[in-house]
Design a protein around this ligand. Structure first.
Ligand code: C2O
Ligand code: CU
Ligand code: CU
Length: 497
């Protein structure tokens, strides 16, 4: 990445190599209490211990856990959630007032909640400018007219979203339906959510968010911490039985991609992607998951009784599975066919939009910003798909980084990725492909809402804009990019005439 602003020297951080591994049991996020169709969730400050040997950490989150309480809903059953902002008046992470929407004079502490992956009316989608301040609340309506899938909720406040989520403002939202129930997948205690978030933690247990050397412009284009929290714990362990488990994995990190393997070489069976079940399971030894993505997985420990298995990232350990000895009856199944995913034909699209992802460097030495289609947040809305029509979006990534691109409101399919000559495109606005189109990986061939747009390539997605008219957003899910212009509004409009 070009033009990294000089990074201020971080304070002393927790030495992860000296921390005793696998001493805390993996917590399961609590399930949100419901009164009929209504859920109330306070957003507040609390302390929570990330490790046995580390003093409690201050978090800002939902309820009193990170991740917050899991909201459980049935497909087709509408629920209302009251999100109550009970946060303190001052932020504890470094705000950059140069960023859009975070200017001086705008209240420091504000929030608005978005359910990532949910199809909701615009007034309940958590538009970044719909933030509200401590002491106020908003009640949002979630129709849940969509297939079973694991969604997640998180803060979406303009210009400080990266800080609020880093502070702990995220949780899971699971939609279930009778089709998924009928597959006899592992359930109940054998269904385990895993939420990965990397953080920088000081020896006193407190969060650190890195800053540039410029006190007036602390924003940095990327954040990677070496302390990876799994459901809010560092290096936890989970006791499992020698049988199948359903693992629902979320990468809730600001910017880190994970490359996951199991220490015993065992495989993962993908059964679903962001927006629900795949057509059939896909077996893999290594998982690559980018920020915002969810993987629905089955792990089968039946041949591994008595083993201690570590879930590893490339460089860091994540957690440990301790498989009990002996044999157990496993009545669950891993069906060879899951849910039909009808491929959307390209001919269904009435329009193709070519949209660049680019990095703009300033000769003045200001840090580079990333833009969508060369435009900043405040420029007029340029993407106006018509309700209930289908479009192809060509995401032309002219940068050297992978950007996980997310569209609100919709689910989509990936058509292909094709390498291109970015120099020729940047300077002559001409497309010269340098290779042939590569179809999506099998585990990406289901319904998605967040897609890796790989560097120097055109990633094509096909999207049906169904649901509601109104204003939504699309953005990069690297939160540092999103907070600094790599987000754009889009409008779903009525059919003309
Ligand atoms: Cu995960 Cu616009 O959000
Ligand atoms: Cu979203
Ligand atoms: Cu990005």
């Amino acid at each position: 990445m070009a033009h990294l602003p000089p990074v201020a020297r971080p304070p002393e951080l927790l030495n992860m190599d000296k921390l005793a591994p696998f001493v805390d049991p993996l917590p399961r996020p609590p399930v949100a209490q419901r009164a009929g169709q209504r859920v109330v969730l306070p957003i507040r400050e609390f302390m929570s211990q990330v490790h046995r040997d580390v003093p409690a950490t201050r978090f800002w989150g939902y309820g009193n856990s990170v991740p917050g309480p899991t909201i459980e809903a049935r497909s087709g059953e509408e629920i209302m959630v009251e999100w109550r902002n009970q946060l303190p008046a001052r932020h504890f992470l470094p705000i950059d007032h140069n960023l859009m929407g975070a200017e001086k004079g705008v209240p420091e502490v504000r929030t608005v909640v978005h359910v990532h992956g949910a199809k909701v009316p615009p007034a309940s989608d958590g538009y970044p400018e719909d933030w509200y301040v401590p002491g106020t609340s908003k009640t949002y309506r979630y129709p849940n007219r969509q297939d079973a899938a694991m969604l997640w909720y998180h803060d979406h406040a303009m210009g400080i979203n990266r800080l609020n989520i880093c502070a702990g403002m995220l949780g899971l939202y699971i939609i279930r339906d009778s089709f998924d129930d009928g597959l006899n997948l592992p359930r109940g205690e054998f269904e385990i959510p895993l939420v990965l978030t990397d953080r920088m933690i000081r020896p006193d247990g407190q969060l650190y968010y890195p800053v540039s050397q410029f006190a007036n412009a602390p924003w940095l284009p990327e954040f990677f911490g070496d302390a990876v929290l799994v459901n809010g714990k560092l290096l936890p362990y989970l006791e499992v039985q020698p049988r199948k488990y359903r693992i629902r994995l979320l990468n809730g990190s600001n910017g880190r991609f994970y490359f996951l393997t199991l220490s015993n070489g065992q495989t993962f069976h993908h059964i679903g992607s962001d927006q629900g079940l795949l057509a059939s399971p896909v077996e893999e030894q290594r998982l690559t998951i980018s920020p915002g993505e969810r993987f629905d997985l089955v792990l089968d420990f039946s041949d591994h009784a008595g083993e201690q298995i570590v879930l590893n990232d490339q460089t860091v350990r994540i957690m440990q599975f301790r498989v009990a000895k002996g044999k157990v009856e496993d009545e669950s199944s891993l069906p060879p066919k899951l849910r039909e995913v009808p491929r959307m034909p390209e001919s269904a699209a009435i329009r193709t939009r070519r949209l660049t992802l680019e990095e703009v460097d300033y000769l003045t030495g200001e840090p580079a910003v990333h833009l969508l289609d060369g435009k900043r947040w405040h420029e007029p809305v340029s993407e106006k798909p018509v309700l209930d029509t289908t479009e192809i979006w060509e995401l032309m990534n002219l940068t050297d980084d992978t950007h996980p691109i997310h569209l609100h409101l919709v689910r989509f399919q990936i058509l292909d990725r094709r390498p291109l000559n970015t120099g020729v495109y940047l300077y002559q606005k001409q497309i010269v492909y340098t290779g042939s189109a590569v179809p999506p990986e099998p585990h990406e061939a289901g319904w998605k809402d967040t897609i890796r747009a790989t560097p120097g390539a055109c990633t094509r997605i096909i999207v049906n804009f169904s649901g509601y008219k109104g204003r939504y957003v699309w953005h990069c899910h690297i939160l540092e990019h999103e907070d600094n212009e790599m987000m754009r509004p889009y409008d779903v409009v009525a059919r003309p005439g």
